[in-house]
Design a binder for this molecule. Structure first.
Ligand code: ADP
Ligand code: MG
Length: 231
C-alpha cells in the first residue's frame, strides 16, 4: 500500500479537494483506496455522507478516521492488512506531531498551492518544513507542489510570475484548474460516479462537458502522481 499525503500549513490551499479528485481518478482505474481522515473537521466523512445520498460513493473506497496518533496507527495497519492499493491522507493545516508522523510515513507528498504571492509563500514554507523534517529523520520521500485553482483562462501577470517562480522546484506538470466541478465534489460525491449517474438526470446533462473536462484533468494528474511516486 502506498500512502500519499496532501499537506500545507495553509487552510484553503486545496488539499482536501485535490485528494477527493485523486481518489476519484484512482477509483475509476479500479484501485482500492483507503482515505485517512486526519483533519478533525472530518471533511471526508461529510463528503462520504453527501456522496452516498447521491449514489456517488465508490464502495472500493473507505474512510479511516486518523486524527489521533493511535487511530492513525490502527488505520495504517488495518488498511495495509486489508489490501488497499493506496492510502490518501488528508491533513489539517499547520504543523503537529500527527502531521509529522503522517508525512514521515508517506510514499509521496503533495503540497497544493494557489498562485497568489501569499499562497506561494506558505507553500514554500511548507516545502522547506517538509524537507527539514525528512532530513532530520534521514528519509527520502518524493515531494511535489501542485498548482491548484489555476484560472482556466489567461493568467494574470502576477500569476504567471508565481508559476514561473515554481519552475525551479518539483512541481506536478499539470495543474488543477479552478472549476465548478471540483468545488461541487464535496456535495456531489466522486466525480467519476457523478458522471456515470448523469444519464438519470436530464438537468445534469447540461454540465456533462464540464464534468468530463474536470475528470480528464484528474486522470492526467493521477498518472503524473503515479509516475512521481515511482520516483
Ligand atoms: N480546483 C478547484 N476549483 C474550484 N474550487 C476549488 C478547487 N480546489 C479547492 N476549491 C475550493 O476551495 C475551498 C478550499 O479547498 P479545500 O480543498 O477545502 O482546501 P484545504 O483542504 O487545503 O483547506 C473549498 O471550498 C473548495 O471547494
Ligand atoms: Mg482540508
Amino acid at each position: 500500500m502506498k500512502l500519499l499525503t496532501c499537506c500545507s500549513f495553509k487552510g484553503g490551499a486545496g488539499k482536501t479537494t485535490a485528494l477527493m479528485g485523486l481518489c476519484a481518478a484512482f477509483a475509476r482505474g479500479g484501485r482500492r483506496i483507503a482515505l485517512f481522515e486526519a483533519d478533525e473537521n472530518r471533511p471526508l466523512t461529510r463528503w462520504k455522507e453527501n456522496a452516498r445520498r447521491r449514489n456517488a460513493w465508490d464502495s472500493q473506497c473507505e474512510i479511516f478516521v486518523a486524527d489521533e496518533m493511535s487511530l492513525l496507527e490502527a488505520a495504517y495497519d488495518g488498511a495495509e492488512r486489508r489490501g488497499f492499493d493506496y492510502a490518501l491522507a488528508d491533513t489539517h493545516g499547520g504543523s503537529s506531531e500527527l502531521n509529522n508522523t503522517i508525512i514521515a510515513s508517506s510514499h509521496f507528498l503533495l503540497i497544493p498551492t494557489m498562485l497568489t504571492p501569499l499562497d506561494i509563500d506558505e507553500a514554500l514554507s511548507t516545502y522547506r518544513y517538509v524537507l527539514e523534517l525528512l532530513m532530520s529523520e534521514n528519509l527520502v520521500i518524493p515531494t511535489a507542489l501542485l498548482r491548484q485553482r489555476v484560472p482556466v483562462g489567461r493568467l494574470t501577470t502576477s500569476q504567471r510570475a508565481m508559476s514561473d517562480m515554481l519552475a525551479s522546484l518539483p512541481v506536478i506538470q499539470s495543474p488543477m484548474h479552478e472549476r465548478d466541478a471540483f468545488a461541487a465534489m464535496k456535495e456531489r460525491g466522486m466525480l467519476h460516479l457523478t458522471l456515470e449517474n448523469l444519464g438519470n438526470d436530464p438537468m445534469m446533462r447540461l454540465v456533462e462537458r464540464n464534468l468530463s473536462l474536470a475528470m480528464e484533468e484528474l486522470v492526467t494528474l493521477s498518472t503524473l502522481v503515479d509516475q512521481a511516486m515511482e520516483g
